[in-house]
Structures are given as C-alpha cells and as structure tokens.
Design a protein around this ligand. Sequence first.
Ligand SMILES: [Zn+2]
Length: 327
Amino acid sequence: MARSVGVDVGGGTTISALVEDGTIIEQSRSETGKNPVEVVDVIVEEVDDVLGKAGIGQKDIEGVGVGVPAFRNPRTGHYRFPNIPSAEDVDLETLTSKKLKAPYVIGNDADYTAYGAVNHLQEFGILKDGIGSESMVELVLVTLGTGIGGGVILKCMGKHMIQSSTGGLTELGHIKVSSEPEYLCGCGAVGCVEATSSCTGIVKKVLRSLDSSPEEVRNAFPRGFTAEDVDRLSGMDNTLAEQVMESAGRHLGLASANIINTYNPSVLAYTGGGASSSPDSIFFTNILSTLEANTLPEAWEAVKVVKNPDAKRYGVLGAAEAALKPF
Ligand SMILES: [Zn+2]
C-alpha cells in the first residue's frame, strides 16, 4: 500500500489529506500561518492532525508533499510568497526539515494541482469536446482563484511536468493579454491575464467602474462583494457585471488560445473558484468564443476543454503523489 500526505498551502487556508493508493482517506484544514514560521508550523500540525485522525504517525507514511503558492529563487532555493506579508525570502527547506520527521518534497501548488488532476479528468465537466487523445501534451491546467496559475503535463516518457529553472513554474497567469495600464499585475508588470481575469482582477475592475455607474447598477453589489457575486449579477442584467465578466472571459480566452497554440494539448482544464461559473455564463461563453476565434483550427479540433472548481482536491492528491514519485 502506497500511503502519503498531501498538503496544499493556500493564501487563506491550508488543507491536508492522507492518501492511500490514490484515494483520499482523511482530510484536515486550518488557517494558513501569517508569517514564515507560522506557515511551517501549520503545515506540520496539518500533517500530524490528518495522520492522528487515521490513528497513525509520520513513521507510517512514505512521505509528505507540500504545494506552496510561492516563487522559488533559483540561486538561493528560498521562496517568495506574494500573498503572505513578511514572507519575501523564506528558507522553507531548512524550516521544514527541522520540524517534519517524514521525508518530504516541496513544490508549486498549481503544478501539483495539474499533477493530481490528470488522473481524475473524468471528474471534470466538458465545455468543448476534442479528438486529440494522442497529443504529446496531455494536459494544460489553469487555476482560477485569487491569482491565476497553471501546470503543463507532458505525455511523452510517462507523466512529466514541464519545469523551469525556478523550480516547476509554468507561470500561465503572467501571459500578457493587454497593454492597458489599468491592468497592473501583482508581479509588477501590466496586462497579465491574472490582472484581467483572476477573482481579484474581476473585483478590482468593478471597483474602478462603480462610481461612474448608474445607481441601480451600483446598488446591486453587496457590501464586500466577491468575483462570485459579479458572476451571479452578470446573469441578472446588471450591465457593469456583464461588461466586467465579458472582459475577464475574453482576456482569459486570449491567454488560453496562446496556451493551446503553444502546446497543442489534448486537454485544457480550468479549476479553482473561477471555474464554478456556469458553462452558459457570460464568463465561459466569452472564454470559448475567444478561444475558437484565436486558436489554430487543427489545435482547436484536437483540444478538449473541461472544468471543475475543486482545485484543492487535485492539489492535495498531486502533492501526495509527488511525495511518492517526485517529478
Ligand atoms: Zn503578472
């Protein structure tokens, strides 16, 4: 029996799962730590917690995989967490090795999500069918949440992840889709798809336009509204919500067309909170129409486009699998 623990460190929540032969046996969740030491403490507590639920300890598992929303510095091996204050230069390996007794691997959360999702694509809803089952690139997965991330799985030579010199990052969220200065991205550049189409980008675009909108449009937004609210209002004739979701979908469609034209994958998958939008929403209909208009016809015929919002499930499954078979 292959038994390991997968941990997905999110901006707000850290989730862990005990996985046996590819099946989740136990799960646990906590609030992510507010500084580097707390982040690692929560990771270790989560591992012990999920093992405790199963009545076993760290000595009873083959390893732990930890997916983090962070950039790895190729020179120092330290991590930069853009969404956690004071976590600019974290020696995660050293901090973790002092506290975790089981063998472990650390990697990018979106890469682990792609690694986990590729074995469970039958759980994804089909937005557009395709015929390219023999593609060299099996899966490109795009995570739609606070930010936008992604992973690319190659089919050749078994299941392989495309990795970069910075440690497993295919930064799909920073594909440029606009030159408009309003789309300032968290990475410091302008026009990244993360700035136009992530949940954060959607909320920011509404906020920029709210004051100049008619009262009845403005009043429809609840206090502290989220991207999910904007998506919901776009299906209720709210003109501002319609415009923002149309723009977010069109820009994400452009980025996705670039991805398809680059990799010619057999599957393009969307996951994360943004993928909870309905297939006939303004968001997804604009993604698909922009995709079709901008993708090479042969690549478009080949690719299957799917979605499933439950990114955390695939994040922990992929992290647990990476603990057994690091890529
Ligand atoms: Zn960016």
